[in-house]
Write a protein that binds this ligand. Structure first.
Ligand code: WTA
Length: 633
């Protein structure tokens, strides 16, 4: 790769070797075709997958914004991710290489993974799960999380995976929202040398949300845990019973049947359960993965996200398995016991394509290049980044120290709502550090002002998507009005999707994401809502009102700053501030723990009673408070 100067930005060109290998040789022409004949483009992509029955209509837009894709078609993501590989030589290929934090290793061929999935699918059926149910999964990064997800899909039940770093209230409210009657969990996992206590959290969540009749627990750490009669079962016991037969037919699901619900944070306290489907989502996850990461049969792919987030769903599990790839999953932290843990994994398993977040890069960068330099990373061909804007300094470190100036970085912009990459380079794209570059095939994007007028090059505005795409979330579980309100209302006339991000487009058409322009925070790449943190704070007996904001942080992107008003009879102290931090930790999880808790007598509010977070932010940063004309007297 060579860097040259262009309009103040260095352009990094992929090497001839990478370009030669890439599936796509030319972007502009194919992109133009894909947006001119969008439905033809997606029909062609869908034809690469297996369908029990072909669709009648590629796109049904008769009830906007509730678009449907491939209607009339019958498929199942498992038919594509597992079943069809069993009839090819992929059957004996490694589907999954898993390493635990302590160094224990388990591997599964596609054949072996199918056996486990089929057995567990039969267990789920025996425990009463059926098509149309929502099964909640709350697990560490162990192979069983993938087996459980695919087993649900196989029988036509939707899964709702709750990130294993979440705590009691976050889990309880998601179980309740989904009316789940089955929970799959584990006694814990290993994180920085210590076992976590997932089952204890799950027990408390089940007390708060009594819809669960059956809880299946994987023994991972061996830590003693409470097991309630007639509710709690061990995974290994059930898998050893005759109910766990290895023969299980994959359910033929409609293209639009829900594959999963994934909760994400929005601007109100209640998390949104976004619905993704068997048909369109499979096509989108598969195509984006294939073209952007250019997966080849001999590649080893490692997406170092947690399966509990959309990145894990689309690019650990579904996209890669549909493409018959070999995936890696690692249980623990990148810096335990030493900051070379990831680089060691890349060397040990010969990883060819590696995908992580800017926060992780910045975190490892702090320890210096010598930790990476101890390892042979020459197997790497492509790198990827996701979750927040990557600052050029971190980009360059990743590029030079990890990629040895030889691996293009795919800075992929997308969201839980989009199901897959929306703005992203391809391996042939000349790169600018910090820019996600250009839209993926089929997508037209724009940066506009409130009225919908495109802003000038280099000016900040609202990032919108102007068209439907197969991977788009179909709605919010139980709340279609909120789906319209949040994403489609502002540009209703134009029919555009509002992303909630602000961005700029430069003269070359490269997109630069600035960040969220709503009350959504990105803490270490994890998505959290101000309102969720606020409701956790007011659930503490000492707090009557709270406001949480994100402050910029060099390492984590955002850190959380909370202003609280105490109830009468409570007084400010450092102890109480710490207690409140730990309270949020216990309710939502350590990722939501505020870095700062400050006490106040009142909160700045508009006359209509909305908290002016902008003012709090300015105060916290010691900046001008700006226009206060709407401030309440
Ligand atoms: C942010 C994660 C800049 C963005 C897949 C978006 C990014 C939010 C990038 C969605 C990127 C994601 N560059 N910002 N490459 N990727 N974001 O739902 O603000 O957890 O709206 O999905 O992450 O977060 P979510």
């Amino acid at each position: 790769m060579a860097a040259n100067q262009k309009s103040g930005n260095s352009l990094y060109h992929p090497s001839e070797g990478v370009k030669m290998r890439a599936r796509i040789k030319e972007y502009d022409k194919l992109y133009q075709e894909s947006i001119t004949n969008r439905e033809d483009f997606w029909a062609k992509e869908a034809e690469e997958l297996f369908w029990y029955q072909k669709w009648n209509k590629v796109l049904d837009d008769s009830n906007k914004p509730f678009y449907k894709w491939f209607t009339g078609g019958k498929t199942n993501v498992v038919a594509n991710a597992i079943d069809r590989h069993l009839d090819s030589e992929t059957k004996n290929k490694l589907a999954l290489i898993w390493e635990g934090e302590p160094g224990d290793v388990r591997t599964f061929s596609y054949f072996a993974l199918n056996r486990e999935i089929s057995k567990f699918a039969n267990v789920l059926k025996a425990m009463g799960a059926k098509k149309g149910d929502i099964v909640t999964i709350y697990m560490p990064q162990i192979p069983e999380i993938i087996i459980a997800m695919l087993a649900c899909a196989k029988i036509g039940a939707a899964h709702s995976v709750i990130y294993g770093g979440f705590s009691v209230e976050a889990l309880a409210e998601r179980i309740a929202d989904a009316h789940s009657s089955i929970l799959i969990t584990a006694d814990g996992g290993f994180r920085r040398g210590k076992p976590t206590n997932l089952k204890t959290i799950a027990d408390e969540a089940m007390r708060r949300s009594p819809t669960i009749d059956v809880c299946i627990t994987v023994k991972r750490t061996g830590k003693e845990c409470f097991m309630e009669n007639d509710r709690d079962y061990w995974w290994h016991d059930l898998m050893g019973m005759p109910i766990a037969s290895a023969k299980c037919e994959t359910e033929q699901t409609d293209a639009e049947d829900p594959l999963f619900i994934l909760y994400t944070s929005g601007t109100t306290g209640k998390p949104k359960g976004l619905i993704h489907t068997h048909g369109g989502y499979s096509v989108y996850a598969s195509s984006t993965f294939k073209y952007v990461f250019d997966i080849q049969p001999d590649d080893r792919w490692w997406c170092a996200a947690d399966p509990g987030w959309i990145t894990g769903h689309s690019y650990i599990v579904y996209g890669p398995l549909i493409n018959g790839a070999t995936i890696l999953l690692y249980e623990g932290a990148p810096n335990h016991p030493y900051p070379n843990r990831w680089w060691q994994m890349i060397e040990k398993y010969g990883v060819n394509i590696f995908y992580t977040s800017p926060t992780a890069i910045r975190g490892l960068m702090r320890y210096g290049a010598s930790w990476a330099d101890k390892h042979d990373l020459s197997s790497l061909r492509l790198l990827g980044s996701v979750g927040e804007p990557i600052n050029p300094e971190a980009w360059l470190w990743y590029y030079e120290v990890i990629g040895k100036n030889n691996c293009p970085i795919m800075d992929t912009w997308w969201q839980t709502e989009t199901g897959g990459f929306m703005i992203t380079p391809l391996p042939i794209t000349p790169l600018k550090p910090g820019s996600a570059t250009k839209p993926f095939f089929g997508n037209e994007i724009s940066v506009v002002d409130e009225s919908g007028k495109a802003v000038k090059h280099g000016t900040e505005g609202n990032l919108v998507i102007k068209n439907p795409w197969p991977g788009m979330a179909r709605t919010i579980l139980g709340d279609p009005d909120r789906f319209i309100e949040k994403y489609w209302k502002l540009y209703e006339k134009q029919g555009w999707y509002l992303t909630g991000d602000s961005a700029k487009i430069d003269e070359d058409g490269y997109v630069w994401i600035i960040g969220r322009n709503d009350d959504v925070l990105k803490v270490s790449g994890y998505r959290l809502g101000s309102a969720e943190i606020e409701s956790a704070l007011v659930s503490h007996p000492a707090v009557t009102e709270a406001a949480a904001i994100g402050l910029p942080d060099k390492l984590k992107g955002n850190i959380i700053h909370a202003t609280v008003i105490l109830k009468d009879g409570f007084s400010e102290s450092d102890e109480l501030a710490n207690e409140l931090k730990m309270h949020v930790d216990g309710e939502i999880g350590p990722i939501a723990r505020p870095a700062f808790v400050v006490f106040a007598d009142s909160l700045p509010k508009t006359r209509s009673g909305k908290i002016m977070r902008r003012v709090l932010k300015a105060r916290a940063l010691g900046q001008e408070e700006g226009d206060l004309s709407t401030l309440e007297e």
